[in-house]
Design a protein around this ligand. Sequence first.
Ligand code: NAP
Length: 315
Amino acid sequence: MKDRKLAVVGATGLVGQTVLKVLEEKNLPITEYGFFASHKSAGKKIMFLQKEYMIQELDEHSFDYKFDFAIFCAGSDVAKKFVPIAVSKGCIVIDNSSYFRMWPDVPLIVPEVNFEDIENHQGIIANPNCSTIQAMVALKPLYDTYGIKRIVYSTYQAVSGGGMSAVTDLKKGIFSNCLPHIDVFLENGYTKEEEKMINESRKILRNPDLKITATTVRVPVLNGHSESINVELKKDFTLEELKQLLQKAPGIIVKDDSRNAIYPTVLDVNHQDKVYVGRIRRDFSIPYGVNLWVVADNLRKGAASNAVQILERLL
Ligand code: NAP
């Protein structure tokens, strides 16, 4: 086996731990691993592929070890400081933070949607926001077949989307409530999460003028994001043909039988890598409108599995 070394940065966090789980399931042709986190976790022991590893504190010399690849799961500040160091030592980085996502020379990749954009990467590949990833998997087949005029996103996002500390929110402000507030508020009244969904969708679909609006809401759900997506298509469609298109598309499972009250929920999709689509119905208020209910595991397809899928294709 060719000698290939992988570093996971933020290995103790929610996304990092899920990356480890997905890597164990896939057992990729990687010969050596290094696991990094902050000084708080340094020295902690973890079991991975039946071997004991010690979590190392990330510092300026961590990448002197010549890792070929790194998956960063440690937030924007860590990415800003350490990703350029890793790249300067010849490492290819897949970053889960939002820091590089909108940089023009950084590909923003959902493998089922735009893997070809990875071609001219300069060492950094960005993983999109969790709510963007599942929306893109569901919308790409419609975009390619009918064209899209406008998208309205309304999300119902789990607390695990906010990391380890946010999970404790279930016991605090979010308990028994829905908060239309994810990430910080911007001058224009939107939240940064809403802006991310809008801008990242436009970048991935290579359509900077696409009309999109979004309302992103944190709900008292532990894991799994649900999205109501209203789409105005450019061409007419039949529901049957549209459902078949989604059924054949990569990464999607259609679970849609309203007569028998069958639709996807987070409890069905957790621990899975597919994006589930249901409640597929016409929007009768416009000529070519359709409504979708799109559900996925934010820690897996929304972060870890998407990153590992990218890595797998690079190996
Ligand atoms: P998290 O649970 O809070 O984990 C953060 C990780 O970063 C921990 O392993 C932490 O290590 C590590 N870290 C913090 N400061 C560090 C430093 N100075 N040096 C090295 N490691 C450091 O957060 P998360 O939810 O896993 O999110 C990680 C990233 O993925 C974020 O950028 C987030 O926006 C993005 N993301 C998250 C989701 C999601 O559903 N949660 C989805 C998509 C993208 P310690 O344990 O030592 O503190």
